[in-house]
Design a protein around this ligand. Structure first.
Ligand SMILES: [Zn+2]
Length: 276
């Protein structure tokens, strides 16, 4: 397990990112019993009780869910299961509003979770996209958001910052952010999974242009610097640049300690975050 030092020193917080040594955490890539054991091992390493965890979907939506203990399941429960009763931000609206719902499922897409409840774990299984953690001062709230290239253009970061600040009653400049392991500009060549045309037509490109953060040109090939794009978007949402931290470990490099989708490694790693 690896941690971001700036978060590890916070007494009211537990967090971590599982390395390959912890095992594969996705049932698509291994026997359920082994995956369940690896997930419980990860929860133990982080120091979170495995019974109260809210899972992520990774659907590239911009919905933000508010999680309480009633929304949690065990960490080794059905993959991707989630049932959120409160929605802080909906993809269909730029105006944030809290909505009480009967239970929105992952099929509908929730890529960001916020909680102010201690001992509720926010859990995400990932291969190359970035798990991004946000922490409000004095442990008044935390958020975890899934950000891939699509997430950098669909306002999921904007929605998450605003939602967390509303729940924790704080200013964005007070938040601490940590960007977990993700595919780096060394390995994220555009034109494979994402075409250059998609980037040019995106809101991200419209906002920043060809020389903005995120767009890297090497030897006439285009690469995407996802961590740089996320840092820029967090700062644009009012975070203090010195409060934005990153592990800066590429998941897809040959020597990566993490599972990677694009590197063809059969497995997924986890990100786990909770107030205590
Ligand atoms: Zn790399």
């Amino acid at each position: 397990m690896l941690q971001v030092p700036a978060l590890a020193e916070l007494p009211f917080l537990r967090h971590g990112f599982s390395t390959r040594a912890c095992g594969n955490l996705a049932t698509r890539y291994g026997p359920p019993a082994e995956v369940a054991a690896a997930r419980r091992r990860f929860a133990s390493l982080v120091g979170i009780h495995p019974a109260n965890v809210a899972h992520f979907a990774l659907t590239h939506s911009s919905r933000v869910g508010l999680v309480s203990e009633a929304d949690t399941v065990a960490i080794d429960d059905t993959p991707y299961r989630i049932s959120i009763r409160g929605l802080l931000a909906d993809a269909s609206s730029q105006d944030l509003h809290f909505t009480t719902v009967q239970g929105i499922s992952n099929q509908q897409g929730i890529d960001s979770l916020v909680t102010a409840t201690p001992n509720v774990g926010l859990f995400m299984i990932v291969g190359d996209s970035a798990p991004v953690m946000l922490v409000a001062p004095a442990g008044r709230g935390v958020a975890m958001v899934h950000v891939g290239l699509v997430g950098t253009v669909n306002h999921v970061i904007d929605h998450t910052v605003e939602s967390l600040c509303r729940v924790a009653e704080c200013d964005p400049s007070e938040l601490i952010a940590a960007i977990g392991p993700t595919v780096g500009p060394c390995c994220y060549a555009l034109g494979q999974s994402v075409t250059w045309g998609q980037v040019v037509s995106s809101a991200f490109y419209a906002a920043y242009g060809p020389t903005g953060p995120g767009i890297v040109v090497r030897k006439n090939r285009y690469f995407f610097d996802l961590p740089a794009a996320i840092k820029a978007l967090l700062a644009r949402n009012g975070l203090t640049p010195t409060n934005i931290h990153a592990l800066n470990i590429c998941t897809a490099c040959a020597d990566s300690p993490f599972f990677s989708h694009s590197a063809g490694v059969a497995g997924r790693f986890g990100a786990l975050l909770a107030l205590v």
